[in-house]
Design a protein around this ligand. Structure first.
Ligand SMILES: NC(=O)c1ccc[n+]([C@@H]2O[C@H](COP(=O)([O-])OP(=O)(O)OC[C@H]3O[C@@H](n4cnc5c(N)ncnc54)[C@H](OP(=O)(O)O)[C@@H]3O)[C@@H](O)[C@H]2O)c1
Length: 239
């Protein structure tokens, strides 16, 4: 199965903000869409109910994922670390185990994930991450380390994956496909801001972009000052 034959995609975490934007972009491309979300969140997808198939359930439930990804050419997965329940790693592992052999697998996360340790973080970023990690675990709201573990497993996999690392996000109309670079700290990324709708656009575009297989692009809005100043090369990589 080659990526230009993408017809049917599964969106894991379809009811969230990023997920709903991805549903919209995928439908705009004419893809058949299967969405996975928690049972209580199914009503959030009411606007798409007659156009997509919804598989309700926790995204780290292996049976739910096995059923949802069957026959899909691509799987778009929102990795979230909520609560202390290995939610990210459980979700990622199920997708890695059950997606069709040649499916394109696209995962979302934040800039804090590093693939090769060459990302350059400011002291402020590192301090904020450390505090958030400890506090979130203390009150059992989230385990940010588990998103790190999820990505470690993805990076070690020989599946056709891409891990899209999002900057800080904002709402607003689409500005177009974000610019990207290999490492946080690269000048093109300095603005650290992307529209969420364009994060979703990048995820969906990645389904059919084989140059992104086994890449972990860090993205930034294409109209952000740093992208406008330094981004021509980065954008060219996606063309
Ligand atoms: N927020 C940021 O500033 C930011 C920055 C960079 C990267 N990212 C990345 O972008 C992606 C989307 O993040 P987002 O912040 O924009 O959120 P989002 O799109 O609204 O997605 C949140 C997801 O988490 C699920 N969720 C919420 N509470 C949960 C719980 N207790 N148990 C299980 N699942 C729960 C939601 O499902 P329901 O619909 O069922 O509630 C939804 O699928 C993530 O991969 C994140 O790492 C975010």
């Amino acid at each position: 199965m080659s990526t230009d034959q993408t017809r049917k995609v599964c969106i894991v975490g379809a009811s969230g903000k990023l997920g709903q934007y991805m549903v919209r972009h995928a439908l705009d491309r004419g893809y058949e869409v299967v969405g996975v979300c928690r049972e209580r969140s199914v009503p959030k997808l009411a606007a798409y109910a007659d156009r997509i198939t919804i598989v309700p359930g926790p995204t780290n439930d292996r049976e739910v994922i096995r059923k949802a990804v069957a026959g899909c050419d691509g799987v778009l997965t929102v990795l979230v670390p909520w609560r202390v329940q290995q939610y990210s790693s459980g979700t990622a592992q199920a997708v890695l185990d059950y997606a069709e052999p040649d499916a394109r697998l696209i995962f979302s996360c934040g800039w804090h994930i590093t693939r090769d340790g060459k990302d350059q973080y400011s002291w402020k970023f590192k301090a904020a991450l450390r505090i958030a990690t400890v506090l979130a675990r203390l009150v059992r709201a989230a385990e940010i380390d588990d998103q790190v573990e999820a990505c470690r497993r993805i990076f070690a996999s020989d599946r056709r994956w891409t891990v899209v690392r999002g900057s800080d996000l904002e709402e607003g109309e689409s500005q177009g496909l974000p610019a990207w670079s290999h490492h946080v700290g690269d000048p093109v990324l300095a603005s650290n801001l992307t529209r969420r709708v364009d994060f979703a656009l990048f995820m969906v575009e990645a389904l059919t972009d084989d140059t992104l297989v086994h890449e972990a692009p860090a993205i930034v809005g294409c109209r952000s000052p740093s992208a406008l100043t330094h981004g021509a090369t980065s954008r060219a990589r996606l063309n």
